[in-house]
Design a binder for this molecule. Structure first.
Ligand SMILES: Cc1ncc(CO)c(N)n1
Length: 216
């Protein structure tokens, strides 16, 4: 393996990884051409994703092998439960999403698949497994959001979804997460590393399916 563990995982997850980072859904966010109907279905489903994602952050917090790691993970939990959650609430108000659809919508199969993977990692994943799925979710979002134009779309539904994933604190969190998986990955045997690769590839595929579900 040359380079870092995370770079190895990413490079072996092409072409899906690049398809996520350059997805037409993200281009439509950047130029403000995203129809409200698509943004609405995406956000309703993503709130279901974020629910299980928050539980997975809890698993990472519990399984971390050092106090500084727990502090870094706790910081991210704070963002998900404050700024990100209030964005969802304001977006749902704007899009007139009724209460039932905010809490118990019918879930798309792409949403179900991702939730099942995260729930499975929560129950039986090692710290490295949990980190792998977190890295795919956060790094891929950081990468597409970094492609945003300087002039953001006027509509807050679009601009804030970009800036939530394109700001100094989020970039630092993603940098930490990748460095943490690099650190832990270096201690794994070949079989465990191969397992992380399978998880990375699967989660990347699920990210692509998730965007596709609200695009094609
Ligand atoms: C589907 C999906 N992947 C990643 C993120 C970022 O955590 C998100 N909000 N939704």
């Amino acid at each position: 393996m040359t380079g870092s563990f995370t770079e190895w995982l990413r490079s072996r997850s092409e072409p899906d990884w690049t398809a996520v980072v350059h997805h037409p859904f993200t281009d439509a966010l950047f130029d403000g051409s995203m129809p409200n109907s698509r943004m609405r279905s995406y956000l309703v489903q993503d709130y279901q994703f974020v629910d299980q994602f928050l539980a997975l952050l809890g698993a990472a917090l519990a399984r971390a092998d050092a106090y500084p790691s727990r502090l870094a993970i706790a910081g991210s939990i704070t963002v998900v439960t404050s700024d990100e959650n209030t964005y969802f609430q304001r977006a749902f108000d704007e899009l007139e999403v009724p209460a039932a659809e905010r809490s118990v919508p019918e879930r798309h199969e792409a949403t179900e698949a991702f939730r099942e993977l995260m729930a499975d990692m929560n129950t039986r994943g090692s710290y490295a497994d949990v980190l792998t799925v977190l890295v795919v979710a956060e790094w891929s979002y950081q990468q597409w959001a970094a492609r945003a134009p300087e002039r953001l779309p006027y509509n807050f539904l679009h601009s804030e979804w970009i800036t939530l994933h394109n700001n100094a604190a989020f970039n630092e969190w993603v940098r930490w997460l990748c460095a943490e998986l690099d650190r832990v990955g270096a201690t794994l045997d070949e079989r465990e590393q191969a397992r992380c690769l399978r998880l990375f590839q699967l989660a990347t595929r699920y990210e692509l399916d998730f965007f596709n579900a609200h695009w094609s």
